[in-house]
Design a protein around this ligand. Structure first.
Ligand code: DQQ
Length: 573
Protein backbone atom coordinates (compact mmCIF):
# COMPACT_ATOMS: atom_id res chain seq x y z
CA UNK A 1 0.00 0.00 0.00
CA UNK A 2 1.29 3.49 -0.85
CA UNK A 3 2.03 5.63 2.19
CA UNK A 4 1.58 9.39 2.06
CA UNK A 5 2.12 12.20 4.46
CA UNK A 6 -0.95 13.98 5.86
CA UNK A 7 -0.74 17.00 3.57
CA UNK A 8 -0.36 14.93 0.41
CA UNK A 9 -3.26 12.77 1.53
CA UNK A 10 -5.49 15.80 2.12
CA UNK A 11 -4.66 17.13 -1.34
CA UNK A 12 -5.53 13.77 -2.90
CA UNK A 13 -8.73 13.57 -0.86
CA UNK A 14 -9.86 17.02 -1.95
CA UNK A 15 -8.81 16.75 -5.59
CA UNK A 16 -9.83 13.25 -6.43
CA UNK A 17 -12.72 12.49 -4.16
CA UNK A 18 -14.98 15.17 -5.60
CA UNK A 19 -16.80 13.59 -8.51
CA UNK A 20 -17.56 17.06 -9.71
CA UNK A 21 -18.95 16.80 -13.17
CA UNK A 22 -15.59 15.72 -14.49
CA UNK A 23 -15.37 12.60 -16.56
CA UNK A 24 -13.22 9.91 -14.97
CA UNK A 25 -11.01 7.81 -17.22
CA UNK A 26 -11.10 4.13 -16.19
CA UNK A 27 -11.77 3.66 -12.43
CA UNK A 28 -10.49 6.31 -10.08
CA UNK A 29 -7.85 4.75 -7.83
CA UNK A 30 -7.74 5.75 -4.16
CA UNK A 31 -5.08 3.46 -2.75
CA UNK A 32 -5.51 4.81 0.76
CA UNK A 33 -9.20 3.93 0.78
CA UNK A 34 -9.11 0.56 -0.98
CA UNK A 35 -8.84 -1.59 2.08
CA UNK A 36 -10.70 0.50 4.66
CA UNK A 37 -13.29 -1.91 6.06
CA UNK A 38 -16.85 -0.65 6.41
CA UNK A 39 -17.21 0.67 9.94
CA UNK A 40 -20.98 0.91 9.57
CA UNK A 41 -23.25 0.19 6.66
CA UNK A 42 -25.43 3.18 6.03
CA UNK A 43 -29.05 2.43 5.26
CA UNK A 44 -30.36 5.86 4.37
CA UNK A 45 -29.26 5.55 0.76
CA UNK A 46 -29.01 1.78 0.45
CA UNK A 47 -31.41 0.53 -2.14
CA UNK A 48 -34.10 -1.95 -1.17
CA UNK A 49 -34.79 -3.89 -4.37
CA UNK A 50 -31.74 -3.17 -6.55
CA UNK A 51 -28.86 -5.66 -6.58
CA UNK A 52 -26.27 -4.93 -3.91
CA UNK A 53 -23.97 -7.09 -1.80
CA UNK A 54 -24.14 -6.44 1.97
CA UNK A 55 -21.26 -3.97 1.87
CA UNK A 56 -18.30 -2.60 -0.12
CA UNK A 57 -17.69 -1.55 -3.71
CA UNK A 58 -19.19 -3.16 -6.81
CA UNK A 59 -18.91 -2.28 -10.47
CA UNK A 60 -19.38 -4.17 -13.76
CA UNK A 61 -21.82 -7.05 -14.16
CA UNK A 62 -19.83 -10.14 -15.19
CA UNK A 63 -20.70 -13.46 -16.76
CA UNK A 64 -24.48 -13.45 -16.23
CA UNK A 65 -26.00 -16.77 -17.23
CA UNK A 66 -28.95 -19.08 -16.73
CA UNK A 67 -27.79 -22.58 -15.99
CA UNK A 68 -29.88 -25.57 -14.92
CA UNK A 69 -32.69 -23.38 -13.59
CA UNK A 70 -30.45 -20.94 -11.70
CA UNK A 71 -29.49 -17.39 -12.64
CA UNK A 72 -25.85 -16.70 -11.90
CA UNK A 73 -24.69 -13.15 -11.49
CA UNK A 74 -21.03 -12.28 -11.05
CA UNK A 75 -19.79 -8.75 -10.48
CA UNK A 76 -16.60 -6.79 -10.01
CA UNK A 77 -16.29 -6.56 -6.24
CA UNK A 78 -13.85 -5.16 -3.69
CA UNK A 79 -14.17 -7.42 -0.63
CA UNK A 80 -12.13 -5.01 1.49
CA UNK A 81 -13.46 -1.52 0.89
CA UNK A 82 -15.96 0.89 -0.62
CA UNK A 83 -13.82 2.22 -3.49
CA UNK A 84 -12.52 0.39 -6.57
CA UNK A 85 -9.60 -2.01 -5.91
CA UNK A 86 -8.69 -5.56 -4.78
CA UNK A 87 -11.09 -6.71 -7.50
CA UNK A 88 -12.55 -10.22 -7.40
CA UNK A 89 -15.59 -11.77 -9.08
CA UNK A 90 -18.39 -11.60 -6.51
CA UNK A 91 -21.02 -14.28 -7.13
CA UNK A 92 -24.73 -14.49 -6.34
CA UNK A 93 -27.43 -16.93 -7.44
CA UNK A 94 -31.17 -16.62 -7.86
CA UNK A 95 -34.16 -18.41 -9.27
CA UNK A 96 -36.06 -15.22 -10.14
CA UNK A 97 -33.50 -12.42 -10.74
CA UNK A 98 -34.99 -10.60 -7.73
CA UNK A 99 -34.13 -12.62 -4.60
CA UNK A 100 -30.39 -13.28 -4.39
CA UNK A 101 -28.16 -15.59 -2.38
CA UNK A 102 -24.52 -14.56 -2.05
CA UNK A 103 -21.97 -17.33 -2.43
CA UNK A 104 -18.19 -17.10 -2.17
CA UNK A 105 -16.30 -15.08 -4.81
CA UNK A 106 -15.87 -17.16 -7.96
CA UNK A 107 -12.55 -15.72 -9.09
CA UNK A 108 -9.87 -13.93 -7.13
CA UNK A 109 -6.25 -13.12 -7.97
CA UNK A 110 -4.17 -16.19 -7.21
CA UNK A 111 -2.07 -17.08 -10.24
CA UNK A 112 0.57 -15.22 -12.26
CA UNK A 113 -1.93 -14.66 -15.04
CA UNK A 114 -4.32 -12.72 -12.78
CA UNK A 115 -2.20 -11.73 -9.80
CA UNK A 116 -2.96 -8.03 -10.34
CA UNK A 117 -6.68 -8.37 -10.93
CA UNK A 118 -9.61 -10.47 -12.11
CA UNK A 119 -11.40 -8.04 -14.35
CA UNK A 120 -14.54 -8.25 -16.44
CA UNK A 121 -15.64 -11.06 -18.69
CA UNK A 122 -18.46 -13.28 -19.81
CA UNK A 123 -19.87 -16.78 -19.57
CA UNK A 124 -20.52 -19.17 -22.45
CA UNK A 125 -22.38 -22.46 -22.18
CA UNK A 126 -20.49 -25.05 -24.23
CA UNK A 127 -22.06 -28.07 -25.93
CA UNK A 128 -22.87 -30.73 -23.36
CA UNK A 129 -24.26 -28.03 -21.06
CA UNK A 130 -20.85 -27.00 -19.74
CA UNK A 131 -20.50 -23.41 -18.53
CA UNK A 132 -17.19 -21.64 -18.86
CA UNK A 133 -15.99 -18.16 -17.91
CA UNK A 134 -13.59 -16.02 -19.92
CA UNK A 135 -12.21 -13.03 -18.04
CA UNK A 136 -9.41 -10.49 -18.13
CA UNK A 137 -6.49 -11.12 -15.82
CA UNK A 138 -3.83 -8.55 -15.04
CA UNK A 139 -0.42 -10.21 -14.97
CA UNK A 140 2.76 -9.32 -13.02
CA UNK A 141 3.81 -6.89 -15.78
CA UNK A 142 0.36 -5.27 -15.59
CA UNK A 143 -0.47 -6.65 -19.02
CA UNK A 144 -4.11 -7.46 -19.64
CA UNK A 145 -4.56 -11.08 -20.74
CA UNK A 146 -7.62 -13.29 -21.25
CA UNK A 147 -8.11 -16.35 -19.07
CA UNK A 148 -10.48 -19.27 -18.87
CA UNK A 149 -12.12 -20.82 -15.78
CA UNK A 150 -14.33 -23.89 -15.35
CA UNK A 151 -16.70 -24.89 -12.55
CA UNK A 152 -14.99 -27.36 -10.22
CA UNK A 153 -18.13 -29.40 -9.65
CA UNK A 154 -20.96 -29.35 -12.16
CA UNK A 155 -23.23 -31.12 -9.74
CA UNK A 156 -23.09 -28.16 -7.33
CA UNK A 157 -26.22 -26.21 -8.38
CA UNK A 158 -24.61 -22.93 -7.29
CA UNK A 159 -21.30 -23.59 -9.09
CA UNK A 160 -19.49 -22.15 -6.10
CA UNK A 161 -15.92 -23.07 -6.99
CA UNK A 162 -14.13 -22.25 -10.23
CA UNK A 163 -10.84 -23.65 -11.48
CA UNK A 164 -8.32 -21.64 -13.48
CA UNK A 165 -6.08 -24.03 -15.45
CA UNK A 166 -2.36 -23.36 -15.42
CA UNK A 167 -2.25 -23.14 -19.20
CA UNK A 168 -3.76 -19.64 -18.91
CA UNK A 169 -3.59 -17.05 -20.34
CA UNK A 170 -5.34 -18.22 -23.46
CA UNK A 171 -5.12 -14.83 -25.21
CA UNK A 172 -2.05 -12.66 -24.92
CA UNK A 173 -1.61 -9.12 -26.18
CA UNK A 174 0.64 -9.89 -29.11
CA UNK A 175 2.75 -7.28 -30.88
CA UNK A 176 -0.23 -5.62 -32.51
CA UNK A 177 -2.27 -5.12 -29.32
CA UNK A 178 -1.94 -2.48 -26.63
CA UNK A 179 -1.38 -4.52 -23.44
CA UNK A 180 -3.09 -1.95 -21.24
CA UNK A 181 -6.12 -1.74 -23.52
CA UNK A 182 -7.08 -5.37 -24.05
CA UNK A 183 -9.96 -6.52 -21.91
CA UNK A 184 -13.50 -7.71 -21.26
CA UNK A 185 -14.07 -10.76 -23.54
CA UNK A 186 -17.65 -11.32 -24.72
CA UNK A 187 -19.73 -14.46 -24.67
CA UNK A 188 -18.48 -16.65 -27.54
CA UNK A 189 -20.58 -17.90 -30.44
CA UNK A 190 -20.09 -20.93 -32.64
CA UNK A 191 -19.89 -20.55 -36.42
CA UNK A 192 -20.92 -22.97 -39.15
CA UNK A 193 -17.21 -23.37 -40.01
CA UNK A 194 -16.63 -25.12 -36.67
CA UNK A 195 -14.90 -22.15 -35.05
CA UNK A 196 -15.79 -20.32 -31.89
CA UNK A 197 -15.60 -16.56 -32.03
CA UNK A 198 -15.59 -13.74 -29.51
CA UNK A 199 -14.46 -10.16 -29.27
CA UNK A 200 -12.21 -8.36 -26.79
CA UNK A 201 -12.37 -4.57 -26.23
CA UNK A 202 -9.36 -2.50 -27.23
CA UNK A 203 -8.16 0.68 -28.92
CA UNK A 204 -5.52 1.85 -31.37
CA UNK A 205 -4.77 5.52 -30.76
CA UNK A 206 -8.28 7.00 -30.61
CA UNK A 207 -9.94 4.20 -32.53
CA UNK A 208 -12.10 1.87 -30.45
CA UNK A 209 -11.72 -1.78 -31.48
CA UNK A 210 -13.66 -5.01 -31.02
CA UNK A 211 -10.78 -7.40 -31.68
CA UNK A 212 -11.99 -10.77 -32.87
CA UNK A 213 -10.52 -14.13 -31.85
CA UNK A 214 -11.31 -17.59 -33.25
CA UNK A 215 -10.83 -21.03 -31.78
CA UNK A 216 -11.59 -24.61 -32.69
CA UNK A 217 -11.36 -26.02 -29.16
CA UNK A 218 -12.13 -22.96 -26.98
CA UNK A 219 -8.63 -23.13 -25.54
CA UNK A 220 -6.33 -22.15 -28.40
CA UNK A 221 -7.42 -18.78 -29.75
CA UNK A 222 -6.07 -16.95 -32.79
CA UNK A 223 -6.54 -13.26 -33.42
CA UNK A 224 -8.42 -12.54 -36.64
CA UNK A 225 -6.74 -10.33 -39.26
CA UNK A 226 -9.21 -7.51 -38.72
CA UNK A 227 -11.49 -6.51 -35.86
CA UNK A 228 -15.19 -7.31 -35.99
CA UNK A 229 -15.71 -3.56 -35.97
CA UNK A 230 -13.95 -0.32 -35.00
CA UNK A 231 -14.82 3.37 -34.89
CA UNK A 232 -12.45 6.29 -34.93
CA UNK A 233 -12.59 8.92 -32.21
CA UNK A 234 -14.35 6.70 -29.66
CA UNK A 235 -11.29 5.66 -27.60
CA UNK A 236 -11.06 2.45 -25.60
CA UNK A 237 -14.01 0.07 -25.99
CA UNK A 238 -14.67 -1.50 -22.61
CA UNK A 239 -17.12 -4.33 -22.06
CA UNK A 240 -18.17 -4.88 -25.69
CA UNK A 241 -21.35 -6.90 -26.16
CA UNK A 242 -22.45 -8.45 -29.45
CA UNK A 243 -25.68 -10.37 -29.95
CA UNK A 244 -28.59 -10.98 -32.31
CA UNK A 245 -32.13 -9.71 -31.79
CA UNK A 246 -35.22 -10.96 -33.55
CA UNK A 247 -36.78 -8.59 -36.08
CA UNK A 248 -40.21 -9.60 -34.82
CA UNK A 249 -41.59 -9.96 -31.35
CA UNK A 250 -40.11 -9.70 -27.92
CA UNK A 251 -38.41 -13.09 -27.57
CA UNK A 252 -34.67 -13.16 -27.28
CA UNK A 253 -32.33 -15.33 -29.31
CA UNK A 254 -29.22 -17.21 -28.35
CA UNK A 255 -25.91 -15.46 -29.06
CA UNK A 256 -24.96 -18.12 -31.61
CA UNK A 257 -28.12 -17.72 -33.74
CA UNK A 258 -27.59 -16.60 -37.32
CA UNK A 259 -29.86 -16.25 -40.32
CA UNK A 260 -32.90 -14.45 -41.66
CA UNK A 261 -35.10 -12.38 -39.41
CA UNK A 262 -32.26 -11.26 -37.16
CA UNK A 263 -30.47 -8.00 -36.60
CA UNK A 264 -27.31 -7.58 -34.55
CA UNK A 265 -26.45 -5.24 -31.68
CA UNK A 266 -22.92 -4.06 -30.94
CA UNK A 267 -22.60 -2.16 -27.66
CA UNK A 268 -19.45 -0.57 -26.32
CA UNK A 269 -18.74 1.21 -23.07
CA UNK A 270 -16.55 4.23 -23.78
CA UNK A 271 -13.78 4.68 -21.27
CA UNK A 272 -13.31 8.31 -22.35
CA UNK A 273 -16.84 9.55 -21.68
CA UNK A 274 -18.00 6.76 -19.32
CA UNK A 275 -21.12 6.42 -21.46
CA UNK A 276 -22.12 3.48 -23.57
CA UNK A 277 -23.57 3.43 -27.03
CA UNK A 278 -24.93 0.78 -29.32
CA UNK A 279 -25.66 0.39 -32.99
CA UNK A 280 -27.95 -2.01 -34.78
CA UNK A 281 -26.63 -3.67 -37.89
CA UNK A 282 -25.78 -6.71 -39.93
CA UNK A 283 -23.26 -9.41 -39.15
CA UNK A 284 -21.57 -10.74 -42.27
CA UNK A 285 -20.45 -14.04 -40.85
CA UNK A 286 -18.48 -15.20 -43.86
CA UNK A 287 -16.12 -12.26 -43.60
CA UNK A 288 -16.59 -11.62 -39.87
CA UNK A 289 -17.58 -8.00 -40.27
CA UNK A 290 -20.27 -6.08 -38.50
CA UNK A 291 -21.86 -3.30 -40.56
CA UNK A 292 -23.99 -0.83 -38.58
CA UNK A 293 -27.22 0.37 -40.17
CA UNK A 294 -27.15 4.03 -41.08
CA UNK A 295 -29.98 4.78 -38.65
CA UNK A 296 -27.90 5.91 -35.69
CA UNK A 297 -24.46 7.39 -35.15
CA UNK A 298 -21.46 5.09 -34.72
CA UNK A 299 -19.33 7.71 -32.97
CA UNK A 300 -20.60 7.56 -29.40
CA UNK A 301 -23.27 10.21 -29.96
CA UNK A 302 -26.00 7.79 -30.99
CA UNK A 303 -28.28 5.35 -29.21
CA UNK A 304 -27.74 4.38 -25.61
CA UNK A 305 -29.42 1.77 -23.47
CA UNK A 306 -29.64 4.42 -20.81
CA UNK A 307 -28.94 8.15 -21.05
CA UNK A 308 -28.01 8.36 -17.37
CA UNK A 309 -25.74 6.64 -14.90
CA UNK A 310 -25.45 3.15 -16.44
CA UNK A 311 -22.21 1.56 -17.57
CA UNK A 312 -20.24 -1.62 -18.34
CA UNK A 313 -23.47 -3.41 -19.20
CA UNK A 314 -23.80 -6.97 -20.41
CA UNK A 315 -26.64 -9.10 -21.76
CA UNK A 316 -27.29 -12.83 -21.66
CA UNK A 317 -29.80 -15.12 -23.25
CA UNK A 318 -32.22 -16.55 -20.70
CA UNK A 319 -32.99 -20.00 -22.06
CA UNK A 320 -35.63 -20.49 -19.35
CA UNK A 321 -37.92 -17.66 -20.43
CA UNK A 322 -36.53 -17.22 -23.96
CA UNK A 323 -35.60 -13.59 -23.45
CA UNK A 324 -32.45 -11.49 -23.59
CA UNK A 325 -31.64 -9.75 -20.35
CA UNK A 326 -29.50 -6.68 -19.82
CA UNK A 327 -27.54 -5.92 -16.66
CA UNK A 328 -25.81 -2.55 -16.09
CA UNK A 329 -23.87 -0.91 -13.28
CA UNK A 330 -25.01 2.37 -11.76
CA UNK A 331 -22.16 4.05 -9.93
CA UNK A 332 -22.51 6.43 -7.00
CA UNK A 333 -22.46 10.14 -7.74
CA UNK A 334 -21.49 11.22 -4.24
CA UNK A 335 -17.79 11.36 -3.27
CA UNK A 336 -15.45 8.47 -2.48
CA UNK A 337 -15.20 9.70 1.07
CA UNK A 338 -19.00 9.54 1.28
CA UNK A 339 -18.77 5.95 0.01
CA UNK A 340 -16.24 4.98 2.66
CA UNK A 341 -18.57 6.58 5.22
CA UNK A 342 -21.55 4.62 3.83
CA UNK A 343 -19.55 1.39 3.75
CA UNK A 344 -20.69 0.60 0.20
CA UNK A 345 -20.74 1.93 -3.36
CA UNK A 346 -22.44 0.90 -6.59
CA UNK A 347 -25.64 -0.88 -7.46
CA UNK A 348 -26.80 -2.85 -10.48
CA UNK A 349 -29.80 -1.50 -12.36
CA UNK A 350 -32.89 -3.73 -12.38
CA UNK A 351 -32.33 -6.45 -15.01
CA UNK A 352 -34.16 -5.49 -18.20
CA UNK A 353 -35.62 -7.59 -20.99
CA UNK A 354 -34.38 -6.24 -24.35
CA UNK A 355 -35.94 -6.56 -27.78
CA UNK A 356 -36.11 -4.69 -31.10
CA UNK A 357 -38.65 -1.91 -31.63
CA UNK A 358 -41.05 -2.59 -34.51
CA UNK A 359 -39.50 0.37 -36.34
CA UNK A 360 -36.19 -1.55 -36.39
CA UNK A 361 -34.30 1.58 -35.38
CA UNK A 362 -33.79 1.04 -31.66
CA UNK A 363 -34.09 -1.40 -28.79
CA UNK A 364 -36.84 -1.47 -26.21
CA UNK A 365 -36.06 -2.29 -22.59
CA UNK A 366 -38.42 -3.20 -19.80
CA UNK A 367 -37.76 -4.30 -16.20
CA UNK A 368 -38.03 -8.09 -15.95
CA UNK A 369 -41.59 -9.12 -15.09
CA UNK A 370 -40.43 -10.76 -11.85
CA UNK A 371 -39.92 -7.31 -10.31
CA UNK A 372 -43.71 -7.00 -10.18
CA UNK A 373 -43.81 -9.68 -7.47
CA UNK A 374 -42.42 -7.02 -5.12
CA UNK A 375 -45.35 -4.69 -5.71
CA UNK A 376 -47.22 -4.11 -2.45
CA UNK A 377 -49.78 -1.49 -1.54
CA UNK A 378 -51.12 0.32 -4.60
CA UNK A 379 -52.68 3.71 -5.31
CA UNK A 380 -54.14 4.98 -8.61
CA UNK A 381 -55.09 8.24 -10.26
CA UNK A 382 -57.44 8.09 -13.25
CA UNK A 383 -58.48 10.69 -15.80
CA UNK A 384 -57.04 13.65 -13.96
CA UNK A 385 -56.36 16.86 -15.83
CA UNK A 386 -53.11 18.56 -14.80
CA UNK A 387 -53.36 22.21 -15.70
CA UNK A 388 -50.50 24.41 -16.72
CA UNK A 389 -48.42 25.11 -13.60
CA UNK A 390 -50.27 22.53 -11.51
CA UNK A 391 -48.76 19.92 -9.18
CA UNK A 392 -50.73 16.83 -8.09
CA UNK A 393 -49.57 14.72 -5.16
CA UNK A 394 -49.76 10.92 -5.34
CA UNK A 395 -50.25 9.88 -1.74
CA UNK A 396 -51.16 6.78 0.23
CA UNK A 397 -48.01 4.71 -0.24
CA UNK A 398 -44.39 4.99 0.82
CA UNK A 399 -42.83 6.54 -2.28
CA UNK A 400 -39.17 6.26 -1.23
CA UNK A 401 -39.33 2.74 -2.74
CA UNK A 402 -41.96 2.55 -5.43
CA UNK A 403 -42.83 1.40 -8.92
CA UNK A 404 -44.81 4.09 -10.75
CA UNK A 405 -46.48 3.69 -14.13
CA UNK A 406 -48.25 6.65 -15.69
CA UNK A 407 -49.80 7.34 -19.08
CA UNK A 408 -50.27 10.94 -20.14
CA UNK A 409 -52.85 11.89 -22.70
CA UNK A 410 -52.05 14.87 -24.89
CA UNK A 411 -55.36 16.14 -26.19
CA UNK A 412 -54.03 19.18 -28.00
CA UNK A 413 -50.59 20.15 -29.19
CA UNK A 414 -51.55 23.69 -30.21
CA UNK A 415 -49.02 25.38 -27.94
CA UNK A 416 -46.12 23.14 -28.91
CA UNK A 417 -42.80 24.96 -29.29
CA UNK A 418 -40.76 24.85 -32.49
CA UNK A 419 -37.63 22.72 -32.51
CA UNK A 420 -34.34 24.47 -33.18
CA UNK A 421 -32.17 22.36 -35.50
CA UNK A 422 -29.11 23.54 -33.54
CA UNK A 423 -30.25 21.35 -30.65
CA UNK A 424 -28.28 18.21 -31.37
CA UNK A 425 -27.47 17.05 -27.84
CA UNK A 426 -30.51 16.00 -25.76
CA UNK A 427 -28.58 16.15 -22.49
CA UNK A 428 -27.55 19.77 -23.13
CA UNK A 429 -31.12 20.63 -24.06
CA UNK A 430 -32.35 19.10 -20.79
CA UNK A 431 -29.68 21.13 -18.94
CA UNK A 432 -30.95 24.34 -20.57
CA UNK A 433 -34.58 23.45 -20.12
CA UNK A 434 -34.86 21.97 -16.65
CA UNK A 435 -38.12 21.05 -14.96
CA UNK A 436 -38.82 24.63 -13.89
CA UNK A 437 -38.34 26.17 -17.34
CA UNK A 438 -41.87 26.63 -18.67
CA UNK A 439 -42.63 25.32 -22.13
CA UNK A 440 -45.46 24.67 -24.59
CA UNK A 441 -46.22 20.95 -24.35
CA UNK A 442 -44.20 19.98 -21.29
CA UNK A 443 -42.24 19.85 -19.17
CA UNK A 444 -44.63 17.38 -17.56
CA UNK A 445 -43.89 14.24 -15.57
CA UNK A 446 -43.02 13.07 -12.07
CA UNK A 447 -41.27 14.66 -9.13
CA UNK A 448 -39.75 11.68 -7.31
CA UNK A 449 -38.06 11.60 -3.90
CA UNK A 450 -39.50 15.05 -3.21
CA UNK A 451 -39.78 16.76 0.16
CA UNK A 452 -43.22 18.10 1.14
CA UNK A 453 -42.34 21.65 0.05
CA UNK A 454 -40.43 20.38 -3.02
CA UNK A 455 -37.20 21.93 -1.89
CA UNK A 456 -35.86 18.48 -2.75
CA UNK A 457 -37.09 16.69 -5.87
CA UNK A 458 -35.80 14.62 -8.76
CA UNK A 459 -37.77 15.58 -11.85
CA UNK A 460 -38.46 13.00 -14.58
CA UNK A 461 -40.21 14.60 -17.51
CA UNK A 462 -40.98 15.03 -21.19
CA UNK A 463 -41.01 18.09 -23.43
CA UNK A 464 -42.34 18.02 -26.96
CA UNK A 465 -41.35 20.09 -29.97
CA UNK A 466 -42.54 20.42 -33.54
CA UNK A 467 -40.22 20.35 -36.51
CA UNK A 468 -40.83 20.26 -40.26
CA UNK A 469 -40.20 16.50 -40.07
CA UNK A 470 -42.77 15.92 -37.32
CA UNK A 471 -42.93 16.00 -33.55
CA UNK A 472 -39.79 15.52 -31.47
CA UNK A 473 -39.87 14.15 -27.94
CA UNK A 474 -37.30 14.86 -25.27
CA UNK A 475 -37.05 12.96 -21.98
CA UNK A 476 -35.04 14.36 -19.07
CA UNK A 477 -33.92 13.63 -15.53
CA UNK A 478 -33.31 16.86 -13.66
CA UNK A 479 -31.81 16.11 -10.23
CA UNK A 480 -30.54 19.69 -9.72
CA UNK A 481 -32.76 19.92 -6.62
CA UNK A 482 -32.42 16.28 -5.58
CA UNK A 483 -30.79 17.16 -2.27
CA UNK A 484 -30.17 20.16 -0.08
CA UNK A 485 -26.77 18.65 0.78
CA UNK A 486 -24.10 20.93 -0.67
CA UNK A 487 -21.34 19.93 -3.08
CA UNK A 488 -22.85 16.82 -4.66
CA UNK A 489 -22.54 15.97 -8.34
CA UNK A 490 -26.07 16.24 -9.80
CA UNK A 491 -25.88 15.81 -13.56
CA UNK A 492 -28.95 16.38 -15.71
CA UNK A 493 -29.51 13.60 -18.26
CA UNK A 494 -31.57 13.49 -21.44
CA UNK A 495 -32.44 11.46 -24.49
CA UNK A 496 -34.69 11.78 -27.55
CA UNK A 497 -37.94 9.82 -27.58
CA UNK A 498 -38.48 8.09 -30.91
CA UNK A 499 -42.24 7.53 -30.92
CA UNK A 500 -45.09 8.77 -33.10
CA UNK A 501 -46.64 11.17 -30.61
CA UNK A 502 -49.33 12.46 -32.94
CA UNK A 503 -50.54 8.97 -33.81
CA UNK A 504 -50.62 7.78 -30.21
CA UNK A 505 -51.65 10.99 -28.48
CA UNK A 506 -50.23 9.28 -25.40
CA UNK A 507 -46.88 9.15 -23.72
CA UNK A 508 -46.05 6.69 -20.95
CA UNK A 509 -43.50 6.76 -18.18
CA UNK A 510 -42.41 4.20 -15.62
CA UNK A 511 -40.05 5.05 -12.78
CA UNK A 512 -38.53 2.62 -10.30
CA UNK A 513 -37.72 4.71 -7.25
CA UNK A 514 -35.43 3.14 -4.68
CA UNK A 515 -34.05 5.54 -2.04
CA UNK A 516 -30.92 6.68 -3.92
CA UNK A 517 -31.85 5.71 -7.46
CA UNK A 518 -34.51 6.74 -9.94
CA UNK A 519 -34.60 4.45 -12.97
CA UNK A 520 -37.02 5.59 -15.67
CA UNK A 521 -38.45 4.01 -18.81
CA UNK A 522 -40.06 6.50 -21.21
CA UNK A 523 -42.46 5.65 -24.03
CA UNK A 524 -42.77 2.00 -23.00
CA UNK A 525 -39.02 1.52 -22.68
CA UNK A 526 -37.82 3.41 -25.77
CA UNK A 527 -35.79 5.93 -23.76
CA UNK A 528 -34.31 5.00 -20.38
CA UNK A 529 -32.55 7.19 -17.82
CA UNK A 530 -31.04 6.29 -14.44
CA UNK A 531 -29.90 8.79 -11.81
CA UNK A 532 -28.30 8.36 -8.41
CA UNK A 533 -29.54 10.94 -5.92
CA UNK A 534 -29.04 11.56 -2.20
CA UNK A 535 -32.02 13.37 -0.67
CA UNK A 536 -31.60 14.37 2.94
CA UNK A 537 -35.21 15.37 3.71
CA UNK A 538 -37.15 13.20 1.24
CA UNK A 539 -36.28 9.98 3.04
CA UNK A 540 -38.53 7.08 4.11
CA UNK A 541 -41.98 8.37 5.08
CA UNK A 542 -40.94 11.95 4.26
CA UNK A 543 -40.49 11.18 0.56
CA UNK A 544 -43.35 12.46 -1.60
CA UNK A 545 -44.33 11.84 -5.19
CA UNK A 546 -45.97 14.44 -7.43
CA UNK A 547 -47.12 14.79 -11.02
CA UNK A 548 -46.29 18.21 -12.42
CA UNK A 549 -46.93 20.19 -15.54
CA UNK A 550 -44.95 23.33 -16.35
CA UNK A 551 -46.10 23.47 -19.98
CA UNK A 552 -48.64 25.99 -21.30
CA UNK A 553 -50.81 23.12 -22.56
CA UNK A 554 -52.78 21.03 -20.04
CA UNK A 555 -52.04 17.31 -19.96
CA UNK A 556 -54.22 14.53 -18.65
CA UNK A 557 -53.14 11.64 -16.43
CA UNK A 558 -55.01 8.96 -18.30
CA UNK A 559 -53.94 6.40 -15.70
CA UNK A 560 -51.35 6.34 -12.94
CA UNK A 561 -50.61 3.32 -10.79
CA UNK A 562 -48.01 3.39 -8.05
CA UNK A 563 -46.96 0.50 -5.86
CA UNK A 564 -44.92 0.52 -2.72
CA UNK A 565 -42.10 -1.97 -3.30
CA UNK A 566 -41.34 -4.73 -0.85
CA UNK A 567 -37.87 -5.87 0.04
CA UNK A 568 -36.58 -9.04 -1.63
CA UNK A 569 -34.02 -11.29 -0.05
CA UNK A 570 -30.86 -9.50 -1.13
CA UNK A 571 -27.64 -11.37 -0.54
CA UNK A 572 -28.44 -12.11 3.07
CA UNK A 573 -29.70 -8.67 4.06
N1 DQQ B 1 -14.04 -2.36 -15.24
C1 DQQ B 1 -13.22 -3.54 -15.20
C2 DQQ B 1 -12.57 -3.60 -16.53
C3 DQQ B 1 -13.52 -2.86 -17.39
C4 DQQ B 1 -13.94 -1.73 -16.52
C5 DQQ B 1 -12.26 -3.43 -14.05
C6 DQQ B 1 -15.23 -1.08 -16.94
O1 DQQ B 1 -12.39 -4.94 -16.96
O2 DQQ B 1 -12.92 -2.44 -18.59
O3 DQQ B 1 -12.96 -3.37 -12.82
O4 DQQ B 1 -15.89 -0.44 -15.89
Amino acid sequence: MVTMNRVAWLVVAVLCCLRNGAVEGFHAVYEELMSVPAAVVDNQYRTVFHFQPPRNWINDPNGPMYYNGIYHFFYQYNPYGAVWGNIVWGHSVSTDLINWIAVEPALYPSKPFDVNGCWSGSATILPGNKPVILYTGVDPKNRQVQNIAFPKNLSDPYLREWVKPDYNPIMDPDSGVNASAFRDPTTAWYGSDGHWRLVVGSKRKHRGLAIMYRSKDFIHWIKAKHPLHSANGTGMWECPDFYPVSMEGKLGVDTAEYGNGLKYVLKNSLDVTRYEYYTLGTYLRDIDRYIPDGTSADDGSGLRYDYGNFYASKTFYDEGKKRRILWGWSNESDSSLDDVGKGWAGIEAIPRAVWLDTNGRQLIQWPVEEIETLRGKQVSVMNKNVKSGEVVEVSGIMTSQADVEVTFQLSTLDKIEPFDSMWTDPQKLCEQKGADVTGGVGPFGLLALASANREEQTAVFFRLYSSPKGYIGLMCHDPSRSTVRPGLYKPTFGGWVDVDIKKNGMLSLRSLIDRSVVESFGAEGRTCITSRVYPSVAVDGDAHLFVFNNGAEDVKISELKAWEMMKPSMNGI
